[in-house]
Design a protein around this ligand. Structure first.
Ligand code: G6P
Length: 373
């Protein structure tokens, strides 16, 4: 077992550090490594999916559970903004029992690392029964969901042993980003230059992730400072919202500390009541369209005594004035930020849990894949 961990203390840490390779493997086969045109992505014919009709009178529904559901939420933001196709996201366990409205020609996209989650499989099959084309994003090859779908896109992250999902999540985000760009080119919503820039950014992503892994020591110091905190908040807006949800989930799964993810704009509708100087607030404050709004949300919580841990863009010279701790990540296109910004939050959760001495790879009460309802 020790050999399988390749010198890492836990599988989770090993898998966090595998992400540059994992993301590269997700890109390979779909995205030519050399600079090519904006239509370079290869997705085959996706089970004959007719995007023109879909855009006119159908919709996409994404179903998933847990971490994969957070990827699904990011997928909605990506596909709607880059391809202008309507996307609904649902928890698989809700979707299957709420008499969902699905029309002939809809697309259902099931996301599952294991490909064995019972609720996700049932949701996919229910949508297919109602006339949707079923597409799956899975990591495990030939898994039940992969087999049930009309077409499957494999992430190729390699086996994920740690119960807490890390590389499976960032590779799902990578696949969804490529898919959104591909759809955007097909619908005509995404201009040549924008698509080209996003594809270049994806090619550079493994190197950017490497740079984030390089600041592990600084993240460990932050973890040590906050290891005794009993409640944490994670906030972000836009594409950083699912990243905040996932950051909070990682911490609660492995450290047994209460953590909540929130959309920044919702803070004042409840969670702000929790804030005092004992509650660290992790703020996704990356450069991009929501940045200035996020800074003002940050002031709101700071004036109530919150301690701020900000994830910000390298070169940001304002954030240090308002945050207690800052984790900088390389500047990338705002649509690519979720992949990159997830990594420091994985490391933060990992180090808090490790300092607490929990069973990081096998947290209590949790299973790697949930094959029962
Ligand atoms: C379990 C795991 C989670 C995972 C979820 C969905 O709860 O502990 O890490 O996100 O199942 O799993 P899937 O394999 O469908 O992505």
């Amino acid at each position: 077992l020790a050999a399988e961990k390749q010198g890492f203390k836990h599988f989770m840490l090993k898998e966090i550090f595998e992400q540059p390779r994992a993301v590269r493997d997700t890109l390979i086969g779909r995205l030519p490594q050399t600079r090519a045109d904006a239509d370079a992505l290869d997705f085959g014919n996706l089970a004959g999916l007719d995007l023109a009709t879909l855009a006119e009178r159908n919709k996409i529904t994404i179903v998933a559970c847990g971490t994969s559901w957070h990827a699904a939420l990011a997928g909605k933001y990506l596909i709607e903004q880059l391809a202008r196709l309507p996307v609904e996201v649902d928890l698989a366990s809700e979707f299957r029992y709420r008499e969902p409205i699905v029309r002939e020609g809809d697309l259902v996209l099931a996301i599952s690392q294991s490909g064995e989650t019972a609720d996700t499989k049932a949701a996919l099959q229910e949508a297919q029964r109602l006339g949707a084309v079923g597409l799956a994003i899975c990591n495990v090859v030939d898994s039940s969901i992969a087999r049930a779908a009309d077409h499957v896109l494999y992430t190729h992250a390699g086996p994920e042993i740690s119960v807490a999902s890390t590389k499976a999540f960032t590779t799902q985000l990578t696949m969804l980003t490529m898919l959104a760009v591909h759809f955007g080119r097909q619908t005509g919503a995404l201009a040549d230059a924008r698509a080209g820039a996003l594809l270049d950014g994806l090619r550079e992503m493994p190197v950017a992730i490497d740079a984030v892994l390089g600041v592990q020591a600084a993240i460990k110091i932050i973890a040590r400072r906050w290891v005794k905190a009993r409640d944490w908040l994670y906030v972000g807006r836009g594409l950083s919202f699912p990243v905040a949800l996932e950051g909070a989930l990682k911490l609660k799964e492995i450290s047994y500390v209460h953590a909540e993810g929130y959309a920044s704009g919702e803070m004042k509708h409840g969670p702000i009541a929790l804030i005092d100087e004992s509650v660290p607030v992790v703020v996704l404050a990356l450069e991009g369209p929501g940045y200035h709004k996020t800074l003002s949300n940050l002031e709101e919580v700071r004036s109530r005594g919150a301690k701020i841990i900000a994830v910000a863009t390298a070169g940001d010279d304002q954030i240090g004035d308002v945050a207690d701790d800052v984790i900088l990540v390389p500047k990338v296109d705002p649509f690519l930020q979720p992949i990159l910004a997830s990594v420091p939050l994985q490391l933060l959760a990992y180090h808090v849990a490790d300092l607490k001495g929990t069973d990081v790879d096998q947290p209590r009460n949790l299973a790697k894949s949930v094959t029962v309802e």
